[in-house]
Design a protein around this ligand. Structure first.
Ligand SMILES: Nc1ncnc2c1ncn2[C@@H]1O[C@H](COP(=O)(O)OP(=O)(O)O)[C@@H](O)[C@H]1O
Ligand SMILES: [Mg+2]
Length: 397
């Protein structure tokens, strides 16, 4: 990993940002402009630092949105304080504002949760044939013939393994195959204090998904980095224990008699399975290792990604595969993309782009070898051993 990521430090910053913004909104409502200006600026400052550390894309976007809102408000307030005429919209602004910051759950819809439509299919996932089969068996068969499963079936699947090797892709592909509603959430979004109390959000989430699934349409909840939701942290800012036990309760609920005909599945993914407490590990009835691509798969990955562009015939796929031990599937895509972008910029810079009918030259082996030097492998040998050990102990046989 390039940058040092300390979740506790992020949560501390989050708390700081949140309290400054609460103070700002309150001062704003009471028309204490200079104070509001001060607090909005500090909230923006804390949010900017938070964005730098935050790994969750959805949270990053959420924080950006907050920064934009506060900046907008600051511009207005500063104008007011400087004596320029404002548009007098403090009241209406504060109204929308408080609505946004309140826990935002309205009857049937969950505004922070959106079904996600992806077009990914099994063919887009190179290798992992055995794993595809296990996932299909666990989900497709019970959905097609629930009557053949009088004892119920596994409701919760844990996919574990290094990043960039297909966990999210597998969950999206199975959702497409069974035409399920697919709800990817990331744990930090659930835990974020910005949306109210986390344990309530967990309960609402499951209530909502059950109500969707009761209509007979399969529903898949995909929790990315589930370790962040249920792993135990060094410094807890409060509420985590309640959130964990709510989640535990919901996981147990998946398997109880009343729910057993409802096609609701939970797929969790993690790069650090050893951070998940044993009580949670047990609740995932299937635990599947999604390993880094082996020699054969790396060949196929290069072929898969090169087939999307033009390349010379003398590419030595075996040599590429040999040189890419420790590269994730996503790293290999980056290698091909890096090489391709090089060819494209050459095409632009040489001016050929303006010649009618001209096309970029095909990729060569040398382009790929150059790119290999620039894209570093993201999987260490050490971590692979750790995954294998964990798989031996806890993986489904
Ligand atoms: N097995 C695979 N075959 C083809 N592409 C893959 C594969 N695994 C990952 N990728 C590429 O890497 C990206 C990230 O993969 P993802 O499924 O999110 O991995 P993970 O969830 O394990 O981190 C995908 O969008 C895809 O482009
Ligand atoms: Mg992923």
């Amino acid at each position: 990993m390039g940058s040092y990521y300390d979740p506790d430090e992020s949560r501390r910053l989050e708390k700081e940002a949140l309290s400054f913004s609460r103070l700002a909104v309150e001062a704003d409502r009471k028309n204490l402009k200079p104070l509001a200006i001060n607090y909005y600026s500090r909230a923006i400052d804390a949010l900017s630092r938070l964005i730098e550390r935050e790994e969750s894309q959805s949270l990053k976007q959420f924080y950006m949105k907050k920064i934009r809102e506060y900046r907008y408000r600051l511009t207005y307030l500063r104008g007011e304080v400087a004596g320029k005429a404002g548009d007098g919209s403090i009241a209406s602004y504060s109204n929308t504002f408080s609505k946004q910051d309140a826990p935002i759950l309205e009857e049937e819809t969950l505004p922070w949760l959106k079904p996600f439509k992806s077009s990914i299919t099994w063919e887009d996932i190179v290798g992992l044939e055995e794993i595809k089969k296990i996932i299909k068996q666990s989900i497709v068969y019970p959905i097609q013939r629930p009557d053949l499963f009088p004892l119920g079936w596994p409701r919760a699947i844990l996919l574990f393994g290094p990043p960039g090797c297909g966990k999210t892709s597998l969950a999206a592909a199975i959702s497409n195959e069974i035409e399920a509603e697919f709800y990817p959430v990331d744990a930090s979004m659930i835990l974020s204090k910005w949306l109210g109390e986390s344990e309530k959000r967990v309960a609402e989430l499951f209530n909502f998904l059950r109500s969707r699934a009761m209509r007979g349409v399969p529903v898949i909840l995909y929790i990315d980095e589930v370790d962040a939701l249920i792993g135990i942290r060094r410094e807890e800012v409060g509420g985590e224990v309640r959130t964990r036990s709510q989640f535990l309760k919901e996981m147990d609920g998946l398997n109880n008699k009343d729910n057993y005909k409802i096609p609701l599945f939970v797929i969790g993914s993690t790069n650090v399975p050893w951070q998940i407490p044993p009580s949670f590990v047990r609740r995932f009835n299937k635990r599947i290792y999604v390993p880094p691509p082996d020699f054969e798969s790396r060949i196929n990955l290069f072929k898969y990604y090169l087939n999307k562009v033009k390349y010379e015939e003398n590419i030595d796929f075996e040599a590429l595969s040999e040189k890419t031990e420790g590269y994730s599937a996503s790293d290999i895509r980056d290698v091909v993309q890096t090489a391709y972008l090089e060819v494209i910029s050459e095409f632009f810079e040489s001016g050929k782009v303006n010649v009618e009918g001209a096309t970029p030259r095909p990729l060569t082996m040398d382009d790929l070898l150059d790119a290999l030097n620039r894209v570093r492998p993201s999987i260490s040998m050490q971590s692979v051993v750790a995954f294998q050990n964990w798989n031996n102990k806890f993986g489904s046989k």
